[in-house]
Ligand binder design. Structure first.
Ligand code: SF4
Length: 235
């Protein structure tokens, strides 16, 4: 079943989740296990039984992320799918460019993100009618125009829903505190956005929320390709 007409934006986060689960048969909540994922999993479990949660295990995640994934698995009634990159693609990439190719150039960093994140997500989403993501407009300029509900041409035109698109960072943390939801432990060490271990550092006060991602790239776009492609760059 597909979603048919898209609802008028904006909806509350709960309304957006209810709509996507009511209108689509196969729905994937794609979680990176950052703070937004924590909120979405908690909300989804109040709306449907055993929501399907997909996470991408790039092979380079911090150990703390794996520990948090296990905490969620123990605490929430979710059907968790841990998706890996294609082993042959990773082997070919690292044989040619080394394991830390992302330090060599932006192109090689994007290649690593493509092999370890974007391609696995494309493969797995081909089996779904809709996916849910924790994008918020405030996270970065590349996310400022994100629609709460839209058709996703990058993934075969399935529905993409960002229930928290209008939420501020403060709202996310207020929800986590009020509902006693597990949160990624690296936030306590100054991280404001968390991805793969070698490509993420803590940020200093006043730095942009995603400044700790690929911090060595001068004027680099702080995106891996899951939600944004270079062709979408604006002047
Ligand atoms: Fe590779 Fe870094 Fe992208 Fe992870 S964030 S997929 S390690 S380039």
């Amino acid at each position: 079943m597909t979603g048919g007409d898209l609802p008028a934006n904006p909806l509350s986060a709960e309304e957006a989740l209810r709509w996507v689960y009511e209108q689509h048969e196969r729905v994937a909540l794609v979680a990176s296990f950052q703070a937004e994922s924590s909120v979405l999993i908690d909300l989804a479990c109040q709306i449907i039984e055993r929501p399907e949660v997909i996470t991408l295990d790039t092979g380079r995640l911090p150990e703390e992320t794996h520990e948090l994934i296990e905490e969620f698995r123990a605490r929430y009634p979710i059907r968790l799918r841990v998706v890996q990159p294609d082993a042959a693609e990773v082997e070919a990439m690292t044989a040619k460019h080394g394991t830390n190719l992302f330090r060599q150039s932006v192109d090689l960093r994007l290649k690593c993100c493509d092999v370890r994140k974007s391609r696995p997500l494309e493969r797995v989403l081909s089996g779904y009618d809709a996916w849910i993501t924790g994008l918020r407009r405030q996270q970065s300029s590349t996310r400022a125009a994100t629609q709460q509900v839209a058709s996703d041409p990058q993934h075969g035109g399935i529905t993409k829903v960002a229930p928290l698109v209008e939420w501020t960072k403060e709202q996310v943390w207020e929800y986590i505190r009020e509902h006693d939801v597990p949160a990624h432990p690296l936030y306590a060490f100054g991280y404001t956005s968390i991805g793969c271990a070698p490509c993420t550092r803590a940020t200093a006060p006043g730095e942009a929320e995603r400044a700790g991602r690929w911090w060595w790239e001068v004027d680099g776009v702080k995106e891996c390709g899951l939600h944004w492609r270079p062709s979408e760059a604006t002047a």
